[in-house]
Design a protein around this ligand. Sequence first.
Ligand code: OOB
Length: 561
Amino acid sequence: MTAVTRGVAGPSGGPAPQPDTVPWPADYAARYRAAGHWADQPLGHWPRRWAEAHGDRTALVDGATRLTYRELADRVDALAGALREQGLCRGDRIVVQLPNSWEFVALVLACFRSGIVPVLALTAHRAHELAHLLRHAEARLLVVPDRWRDFDHQALAARIAAEAPGECRVLVKGEADPGHLDLARLLAPGPGTRERAAALDADRPHPDDVALFLLSGGTTGLPKLIARTHNDYGYNVRRSAEVSGFDHSTVFLAALPAGHNAVLGCPGILGTLHSGGTVVLVPSPQAATALTAVAAEGVTDVAVVPAVAQQWVAEAAGGRYDLGTLRLVTLGGSVVDPALARRVRDELGGQVQQLYGMAEGLLCCTRPDDPDALVFGTQGRPVSPDDELLVVDEHDRPVPLGSTGELLTRGPYTPRGYYRAAEHNARAFTPDGWFRTGDLVRLHPGGYLTVEGRRKELINRGGEKVSAEEVENLARLLVGVDRVAAVPLPDDRFGERVCLVLAPAGAAAPSLDDVRERFARHGVAHYKLPEQLEVLTELPLTPVGKVDKKAIRERLATEEK
Ligand code: OOB
């Protein structure tokens, strides 16, 4: 099993080994250290430090379970030690697929503490995605709930862990089957926890090591892994908490999946804990559940995608919930209609913050004291003074200020490449390290930006990103039609939905139900299943012979009218 390397240069004379990750160039790293962005501390010391500062305050609320900072730190130590005892080493990868729960938070922190690297999957993922993640990360452990929303995750995990290339065990939250590890047992502090914690202190990860892997929304076949280091993610968390005004009185509601960057660390769960506040975890963003939790726990801050905000506004109508404690409602992940953003402020209460970000790094947001024109009319400005933004045309030439172009970015928490993806990195990054976001934006005076569209081929379904290429590859494989295109179509509820376009060349076209059934049987996550099927005799082509998706979208749009 290879460890996650820091991309060091090869021995003199010999070819440099192919690094797993792409480091920041030394001059940039030096600058980020000198500016204090990179604290040069692994994140595993956080829970103990938080416990020293806020010991008896409530760190986490999950249903009837409430954990103080001290209890959280004890459980993190216990779990980190127990994972090491199971033979997991610093640099080993584990795939984590857990619903929002205090155990999820403790596990991520235990990974930071022990240098074991979590790959954050979604509970919606199924065999197709999980098998890929296990393979690509060469994971040694798959962490799942026993059952979740009527699905037997444990049985699926057993099957795909057995098919994984190396030895991969299964760790279960809930009732573990024989042969599987039991998360509750590993989390329980006991005799020996202290000694094991001391051993962890002696073998801490390096601050430039990978702390966690986030999944890219992805434009390619299968999700890429984004290696976030202790230094870079620590800054991401601290800085976003600072600009969002989080402090010890913050009560943050984690309603969207906690494995999403925005909920985990922008500032989200980690930013709240780092500020001494309280995190309330609910299993889903379902409006009644979430608003009940807001009222019951005195929630001050939430982060949601516009599609969820819309449901919350509808549910809150008539003043059914006491939402008077809300201070900041962060909207991000997909384009928000300014009219909805205003309704959020007027009907849920609190200030609105727009957040434009990506698992790849860059975060832009409006600030709590910004004037309405910026809060409702822009997606904010970068959180770090060292975020670099460049807006370019299709030939990578900078466009004039105020014109629309593709956003390229570099910065102290935007890694320079995906994990083990040299070929893709050559396309996704420029030779001098700019990440091509694929988003079309306009920059305004003062550094604020508006997102105008996108160049990349993905469908943004209520904040969940679906790669068009992935859907097309699946359609070719499972439907047996070569000429396919997946395009976004406008959707009232999710903003966009997945439309699959087929040109079956004489053969009979399958029905939408049939396609969905084949995708589901193949183990594809539900949110990627096509919601509309269009059959054409020919796919329109661009002058260079590529499928002309713009023409397809325009044609479908006129047909809808
Ligand atoms: C967040 O992260 P990802 O990695 O799921 O998706 C990133 C993409 C962006 O490139 C952009 O296309 C879109 O999602 N996006 C937005 C947006 N925020 C993200 N498009 C329009 N308006 C916005 N406010 O989605 C994410 C990660 C961290 C913080 C916030 C969002």
